[in-house]
Design a protein around this ligand. Structure first.
Ligand code: TNX
Length: 769
């Protein structure tokens, strides 16, 4: 809904037409059509098709002739009764009216297009977006485009009822995580941090952080963490704490001191944090260990320490001892900056939030069919052409961004700075340069080098493209990729470069003479083997650049690669065991649990995809990464877990926050906390009472769950409510009005008049569900 709402807003505020050619500008500014579209779903058919109408309302006093309609539709449009599908590239469609009934949109009148498409429309995210009108002036062939405000009538809302939510919350509370007992063995005081530490023991008393608290650093490896801490609390406390290297006082001090207290691979990131009324002692053996101690320490302070303006305090930290180290060495989050471009400050903010949650790998999906986002000095067209989409451009309007020129890219200088920023937060950035599929932006930017002109193969991938796969059969492919990977390797210090390789459609390459010749020469039986040949060459290129190859699980379907490759499993995890047995390192990111671009639930208003099901915070949290039957030796090859923020629907900053949180917090605990310590009962309460308030102060616009209400009790006139994250305030009214921050707070079951009850969940900064 938000998607369309935004488009309406944009269009309403700039009713001026968007222009493609300069000559057209004067004329179109004068005419500026006022057009509205109405999209109505007529039917979802059992044979996996849908019928819908698009009504175009001409609000101006001028007839519209010589028009075409551009739009994006995730569910392919296969037929329009009154128009032809003049162009289709991926999910972009350009429709040209054919029937005389629709050729001219009369002044103050309307025309209707009857559409048939593939699949069913179950969510507002399924309906077409980014509608625009293309008007050609036949006199001088000028073309103008205009974004059309859209109203939709899709589906009746299928929101879960308060009773469903109530039942689900109860059920979740009774579902064991990784086979652990359900009952919360811990109190909130024993589990103050997300992700939950390996051990936390409370002691008596408090430490009070004050303006004159000293920071004593007795290990140079701790310097960066100490400075990070001082900076991170400065705004909220107003304190500029002093950093000293010689001990001058016996109390009111935070001491950073080297100590080797744990052996093995976990020592790399381990820390000990001892808080007593006189002093805080932080022990670690590495700069990462100190850094994670700091992240815990921040969370031990009141939630307001995350605010950006000065807060009151007092800044009390409970006495305790924490010993901590991660479950997995790889704790990742993928962000797709190709489908939607995000400014670098937003990415820095995401890195900050990752660091707070002790995540340490940022998998940066930088290129895809809809955009190329990294400057490559040898090939400037990759960004001058490949980074931009819009009507009349080489890359068509995609994913609802409309006819205007949309896009952007990151310069190598910006990336170097971002890499430093990430390194300061102990985050490795692994870039993903997709090949051979998902490569349309690349191919169209360098057609003379990358197009196999004689290839007559007919294919279409899941994303609807028929021209987005590189050819493994022409040498210039390797030359270009070699040059690109060489630059990428220099910009990113990460050992691993991810080369994608997912979703390569069947039917590719077979009708290319150069591929036929190559297959014959190398005695390759099918395109899987051909792709394998391609991947082994790419792996060699990476090795020559002193890099290790990472790729989606498809990279080993055609044969074995050098076992140094990291395999990212996104599909059903059944195949994981095989991959482990074959000797590869594995990163687990099953879509059904860890794709945070999927909708939270079946509500048609919930944004996101659902091809792998729905993924709420509980589903993310309850994932069991190491299946019970995995031999211990093989389990060691599982490097870790990763969440994914694919960006087809990440249309705004708000949307990014909504999709990422609270799921990222669940991921953090999955990635860091020992399996035996994980428990939804405790996690959900910690979220509601401690962690979401931290995110409120930080300004994260996470998704707020609606309250659940016990239906049986309600019939008896008793309001008994629950919420996914117990502790989030719930407020209600009995007069039918919408609950506000001033409405009554629900504290315990209470007698009410059920007839006009309304209830909402709130946050500590007064947002509501
Ligand atoms: C699958 S799984 C993709 C992405 C999409 C995502 C949407 C995988 C490696 N690729 O191209 O953005 O689904 O959920």
């Amino acid at each position: 809904m938000f998607n369309l709402f935004k488009i309406c807003m944009t269009a309403a505020s700039i009713i001026v037409a968007m222009l493609i050619s300069a000559e057209a500008s004067a004329e179109i500014n004068k005419t500026a059509y006022r057009l509205y579209a109405n999209f109505t779903l007529v039917n979802n058919n059992p044979n996996q098709t849908y019928a819908a109408t698009i009504t175009l309302h001409n609000k101006s006093a001028q007839a519209i002739d010589h028009w075409q309609l551009g739009l994006n539709s995730i569910r392919a449009i296969t037929k329009v009764s009154e128009a032809s599908i003049t162009q289709q590239i991926g999910k972009y469609f350009l429709l040209t009216p054919e029937a005389s009934s629709v050729r001219i949109i009369p002044p103050k009148g309307s025309v209707v297009l009857h559409i048939t498409g593939k699949g069913n429309l179950k969510s507002d995210s399924d309906i077409p977006s980014g509608y625009f009108l293309v008007v050609t002036n036949p006199a001088n062939h000028t073309v103008a485009t205009q974004l059309i405000p859209v109203k939709t009538r899709l589906l009746a809302s299928n929101k879960s009822t308060a009773a469903d939510i109530y039942a689900r919350n109860v059920k979740q509370q009774h579902t064991p995580i990784e086979g652990n007992p359900i009952a919360a063995a811990m109190t909130l005081q024993q589990s103050l941090i997300i992700p939950l530490p390996v051990s936390l023991k409370l002691a008596a008393g408090n430490f009070k952080l004050q303006a004159d608290t000293k920071i004593l650093v007795q290990d140079t490896k701790a310097l960066a963490a100490a400075e990070f801490f001082i900076k991170s609390i400065r705004q909220a406390t107003g304190y500029q704490l002093e950093l000293i290297t010689k001990n001058v006082t016996a109390s009111n001090i935070i001491v950073f001191k080297q100590q080797h207290f744990i052996a093995g691979k976990y020592a790399e990131e381990a820390y000990k944090l001892s808080v007593a009324p006189e002093e805080i002692v932080i022990n670690a053996d590495t700069s990462a260990g100190y850094f994670y101690a700091i992240q815990s320490l921040r969370q031990l302070l009141p939630a307001t320490v995350f605010a950006k303006t000065e807060q009151k305090g007092p800044w009390i930290i409970p006495s305790l001892q924490i010993i901590d180290y991660p479950r997995f060495t790889y704790r990742g989050l993928l962000l797709d900056s190709a489908r939607h471009f995000m400014p670098i400050e937003r990415i820095r903010r995401l890195l900050d939030l990752m660091a707070l949650h002790k995540l340490n790998v940022f998998h940066w999906h930088l290129i895809d069919d809809e955009g190329w986002r990294i400057e490559i000095k040898q090939y400037p067209t990759l960004t001058s052409i490949g980074a931009w989409r819009g009507f009349g451009l080489t890359i068509p309007p995609s994913l609802g961004t409309g006819p205007k020129r949309y896009g952007g890219y990151y310069s190598q200088q910006e990336i170097r700075e971002l890499v430093n920023y990430a390194t300061e937060r102990h985050i490795t950035i692994i870039p993903e340069i997709e090949m051979p599929g998902h490569a349309r932006a690349l191919i169209v930017s360098l057609p003379e080098k990358l197009l196999d002109k004689d290839d007559k193969s007919d294919y279409s991938g899941v994303q609807g493209y028929k021209d987005n796969v590189l050819s493994p059969c022409i040498e210039s492919t390797y030359q270009v990729l070699g040059n690109i990977l060489n630059e990428v390797s220099q910009v990113f210090p990460s050992k691993v470069i991810h080369i994608g390789a997912d979703e390569v459609p069947t039917g590719i390459w077979l009708r290319s003479p150069s591929c036929q010749a190559l297959m014959k020469k190398l005695d390759l039986k099918n395109t899987k083997e051909l792709q394998h040949y391609f991947l082994t060459r790419i792996q060699k290129i990476l090795q020559a650049n002193n890099k290790t190859m990472g790729g989606w699980e498809e990279i080993i379907t055609g044969g074995e690669l050098d076992r140094s490759a990291w395999i990212y499993h996104w599909a059903e995890t059944k195949k994981t065991l095989q991959t482990l047995k074959r000797g590869y390192s594995v990163i687990l990111m099953p879509a059904e649990h860890l794709y945070f671009d999927l909708a939270y639930n079946t509500d048609s208003k919930e944004p996101g995809l659902y091809w792998a099901g729905y993924t709420d915070t509980f589903k993310a949290y309850s994932y069991r990464p190491i299946a019970a039957n995995t031999p211990v030796k093989l389990a060691k090859q599982i490097r870790g877990v990763q969440g994914a923020l694919w960006s087809e629907y990440l249309i705004s900053d708000e949307r990014l926050d909504y999709m990422a949180f609270p799921r990222v917090a669940a991921l953090a605990e999955l990635a860091w906390t020992p399996a035996t310590r994980r428990n939804w009962h405790n996690f959900s309460e910690r979220m509601g009472k401690l962690h979401l308030p931290r995110l409120d102060n930080y300004g994260v616009l996470y998704r707020i769950p609606r309250p659940g209400i016990n239906p049986e009790k309600l019939l008896q006139g008793l309001l008994e409510a629950n919420v996914e994250f117990p502790g989030l305030p719930m407020r209600y009214t009995e007069d039918g009005s919408i609950p506000s921050v001033h409405s009554k707070l629900y504290e315990e079951p209470i007698k009410i008049t059920p007839t006009s009850l309304k209830m909402k969940t709130f946050t500590t900064n007064d947002r509501s569900s």
